[in-house]
Design a protein. Structure first.
Length: 242
């Protein structure tokens, strides 16, 4: 990170000239490997007006994004899960910590003492954190089930599957065939989750997004364009999380 001008520099072998990428959380300049640091700084200074305009446009877009999550986690709040919204029921419990169950609706079993002593905001925060843990565990199960279903069909087996919190990516496949998935996908329709898993499995064979890659994806996910469209239309809301 350049502290003075508050941007990140990413060197790229493919880049023939510098370009700027502005997102909600950072400004990045993608520069050729041999481009001098001084030239990058001059380039960024010359682009300051454009950068400010781009940041304002991104912020306006962010401000207009609607979250799938409720404003607070109270009785009858609607919780997003696998593309649907389910009611939250809060019940007192003799347990020492909040536990979450799901059966056509979510139930948060909250220690009686917490119900008596915590403020509404504090209780909402604790239930939210418990739901995030539950969603992460559900994402792991869904990822394993989907991989077990499709890896044998493609005859492409990842070395590992890891669920992560990621700010800007839905999934990735490392050079050693380790697949990472964003836990927020568990909030999306199951078909979207399945598509992302298939997408990353196919990267084991095709390390690009060439025509051959998409042919491979389509072999067992013929409606992949529909799932990509869903992520394009709703991905920003999904990224806001719970």
């Amino acid at each position: 990170m350049n502290k003075q001008q508050d941007y990140q520099v990413r060197r790229s072998q493919r880049a023939k000239r510098a370009r700027i990428v502005v997102t909600a959380d950072r400004v990045e300049v993608v520069a050729p490997l041999r481009m001098p640091e001084k030239q990058i700084q001059q380039f960024m200074r010359a682009k300051q007006d454009w950068i400010e305009s781009a940041k304002n446009k991104v912020q306006l877009h962010v401000d207009n994004i609607t979250s799938f999550a409720p404003q607070s986690y109270q009785q009858d709040a609607m919780i997003p899960y696998q593309g649907e919204q389910y009611k939250l029921d809060i019940k007192a419990s003799a347990e020492k910590k909040i536990t979450i169950t799901f059966d056509r609706s979510f139930t948060a079993f909250v220690p009686e003492n917490d119900i008596k002593t915590l403020t509404a905001m504090e209780l909402s925060t604790q239930i939210r954190l418990a739901l995030i843990i539950w969603m992460g565990q559900a994402a792991v199960k869904q990822a394993v089930q989907t991989t077990d279903k499709y890896a044998p069909l493609y005859q492409l087996v990842p070395r590992s599957i890891t669920i992560k919190t990621q700010k800007s990516r839905w999934g990735s496949c490392g050079i050693h065939n380790d697949i990472n998935l964003n836990w927020l996908l568990i909030l999306a329709p199951a078909e979207v989750f399945e598509y992302v898993v298939i997408h990353e499995i196919c990267h084991i064979e095709q390390r690009n997004h060439s025509a051959a890659f998409w042919v491979l994806v389509a072999r067992y996910c013929p409606d992949y364009k529909q799932q990509r469209l869903w992520l394009k239309q709703h991905g920003a809301s999904l990224m806001l999380g719970l």
